[in-house]
Ligand binder design. Structure first.
Ligand SMILES: NC(=O)c1ccc[n+]([C@@H]2O[C@H](COP(=O)([O-])OP(=O)(O)OC[C@H]3O[C@@H](n4cnc5c(N)ncnc54)[C@H](O)[C@@H]3O)[C@@H](O)[C@H]2O)c1
Length: 334
């Protein structure tokens, strides 16, 4: 459902080179969710952790990280990543204090209702949500990477930049157009200098964890995501890390699924999305009523399951997510 993209330059450094006592990590969006899990993970390995966020809860989160056994410095910095002046101040503070940065986790992100257009919302209101999402998720990533990368690439010690994108930036499910655009931008931006990462569905502030809701069975915890991501990026040297979640991994809900099935499912979803261009299908045909049965056959055949040959069947319109404007968009395409 969701994913992330990370950047490693110029070659993947080893885990030992960047994750060790006394190394420096800068994590944006560190007050909550995946960023907070990353801060705890790196503090446990003795890194000095600079935690960056706009949230009021940042100082309390930094206190939590300081409690982690073996932690080094834990420095909360209130900074809005969408504001380049703030980001430059952050970089100067890090360089003045430590002179370098081994791990830059470019992770701050927000989600807002951002359909492509709206029949009922005020234009100003819609544009304000779009500007906020692109400002943090796209400009924030670019601001932080562009401010830090030149210094990190010149420093003596190896370093890694990890940009948090999303699977939604690859498969682009209809509905949150602005969020998808921002995460697709992160993917493309990350690919240019061959920086790398991608999580699945993670239960965090963004997906309701801070509102006291219980974790949905399909979601992974931020801690699971961070363990998986660091292993893939630093131990195995992966460029694209598509993190699993319980919708795509074996779980109580689907106990017979193997890890190979999950990889096949994510790969097949991505392959189908790219196939829209190659096969000249309507955009986002995965959610298009005329293609639903063909999509399901494709996914099942790619997972090694016998296709149920429903390709000629026409899926009902209620298969399309009930997002204002979405059904209308598909009707236009038919
Ligand atoms: N939760 C998921 O399922 C999931 C899946 C894939 C990708 N992601 C991505 O993971 C990243 C982390 O999100 P999360 O799920 O941990 O959510 P979260 O809401 O728990 O954490 C995001 C943090 O970013 C901070 N932030 C927001 N705007 C900021 C700004 N302008 N400057 C600095 N900090 C700011 C927030 O205050 C918050 O603490 C995001 O980029 C998100 O898009 C999440």
């Amino acid at each position: 459902m969701f994913s992330t993209t990370s950047i490693v330059e110029p070659e993947n450094p080893t885990s030992k080179a960047v994750i060790h006592r006394g190394a420096v990590a800068v994590i944006t969006g560190a007050a909550s969710g995946i960023g907070l899990a990353a801060a705890k993970h790196l503090a446990r390995h003795g890194l000095n952790v600079v935690m960056v966020d706009v949230a009021q809860s940042l100082d309390a989160s930094a206190k939590e990280v300081k409690q982690v056994e073996g932690s080094g410095d834990v420095v909360p910095v209130h900074c809005d990543v969408s504001n380049i002046e703030d980001v430059v101040k952050l970089r100067e503070q890090v360089l003045d204090t430590y002179g370098e940065c081994q791990v830059l986790m470019n992770n701050a992100g927000i989600s807002r209702p951002t359909p492509a257009f709206s029949l009922d919302r005020d234009l100003k209101d819609l544009q304000s949500d779009w500007a906020a999402v692109l400002g943090v998720n796209m400009n924030g990533i670019i601001n932080v990477a562009q401010a830090f990368a030149p210094f990190m690439s010149r420093q003596e010690n190896e370093s890694v930049i990890i940009n948090t994108g999303s699977k939604q930036g690859v498969t682009c499910p209809p509905g949150k157009a602005g969020y998808n655009v921002s995460k697709a931008a992160v993917k493309v931006f990350t690919e240019q200098p061959r920086l790398t990462l991608s999580p699945g569905w993670v239960f965090t502030g963004l997906s309701g964890a801070n509102d006291g809701k219980p974790k949905p069975p399909g979601a992974w915890t931020p801690e699971q995501t961070i363990e998986y991501m660091f292993e893939k990026v630093l131990e195995e040297g992966d460029f694209y890390v598509i993190c699993p979640d319980n919708e795509t991994t074996p779980s109580a809900a689907a106990p017979t699924r193997t890890n190979a099935d999950f990889q096949a499912l994510d790969k097949a979803r991505i392959q189908w999305a790219l196939g829209d261009i190659i096969e000249n299908r309507p955009a986002l045909s995965r959610w298009h009523p005329s293609y639903a049965a063909r999509y399901e056959d494709f996914i099942e055949s790619r997972q090694g399951l016998a296709a149920r040959s429903r390709s000629r069947g026409r899926a009902p319109l209620d298969r399309i997510p009930d997002v204002p404007g979405e059904r209308e968009q598909y009707r236009f395409q038919q």
